[in-house]
Design a protein around this ligand. Structure first.
Ligand SMILES: [Zn+2]
Length: 248
């Protein structure tokens, strides 16, 4: 009996142990399952990111394609420029020449037809103006820096608490006033040059605005402003004789 009892006890022990192991195994299984789940989630995430990346790249390529197509459109426009084209500004009509050596044909509101400069001739003035414009942009940048407080990056004025500091640096009120007036003049000149560049694009550059409707024949090229004057004063819209009359 005693033997049997021991066996029973051992049996129960064994059973208990088995139970324990089963429990442990189940926990292990659960943990494994959780891990796998996590892994699957991660994989889904990576797949998602990958697909997102793919969509982004697809979008990018689409934009690039768009850019390319707009570029090719631009090229077509430039090509179209070689063919006769008419621009109307309301007051005047401009016929763009077929060839670079032919003049722009400008028709005024009163019906006067003027032969302007050719695209080939305008090229020279465009270069002069762009060079001057870039110089002025650079000068203006330097002036701005001089008018700025180096510590705050703000413009210094009379009421600025930094004016004393600027005075110490040798930039007194009078000097700042000079810099400001200079910057103002340069900005005005920059606008004139930009306007001149617009007239070059239109093909009306070099036509004296006072002689275009009614030629005064004060200069040999009337109503065109002589090239020499344009080289000297590239933003001008008047032949020198008209300018002198205006100044009187
Ligand atoms: Zn004139």
């Amino acid at each position: 009996m005693a033997k049997k009892a021991t066996t029973k006890k051992t049996e129960t022990k064994e059973k208990k142990e088995t139970k324990k192991t089963t429990k442990a195994k189940t926990t292990e299984k659960k943990a494994k399952a959780a891990k796998t789940e996590n892994k699957t989630k991660k994989t889904t995430k990576t797949t998602k990111t990958a697909s997102a990346k793919k969509t982004a790249s697809a979008k990018k390529s689409a934009t690039t394609k768009k850019a390319t197509s707009s570029k090719s459109k631009k090229t077509t426009k430039t090509e179209a420029k070689d063919k006769p084209q008419v621009i109307s500004t309301g007051r005047i009509t401009i016929k763009v020449p077929k060839r670079k050596k032919d003049p722009y044909i400008v028709t005024t509101a009163t019906g006067v037809v003027i032969k302007g400069y050719s695209p080939a001739e305008l090229e020279e003035f465009k270069e002069i103006i762009i060079k001057r414009r870039d110089e002025i942009v650079e000068q203006l940048q330097l002036l701005k820096e001089q008018m700025m407080d180096p510590n705050t990056g703000e413009y210094v004025n009379e009421n600025s608490p930094y004016s004393l500091h600027m005075a110490e640096q040798g930039t007194d009120a009078q000097e700042r006033e000079k810099l400001f007036l200079w910057a103002q003049r340069e900005s005005k000149f920059l606008r004139y040059l930009e306007d001149a560049l617009q007239r070059i694009e239109l093909g009306t550059y070099g036509i004296c605005v006072d002689c275009m409707d009614e030629p005064k024949h004060l200069c040999p090229t009337c109503p065109l402003i002589p090239k020499e004057r344009l080289r000297a004063v590239p933003h001008t819209q008047h032949c020198v004789q008209v300018k002198q009359q205006l100044q009187k």
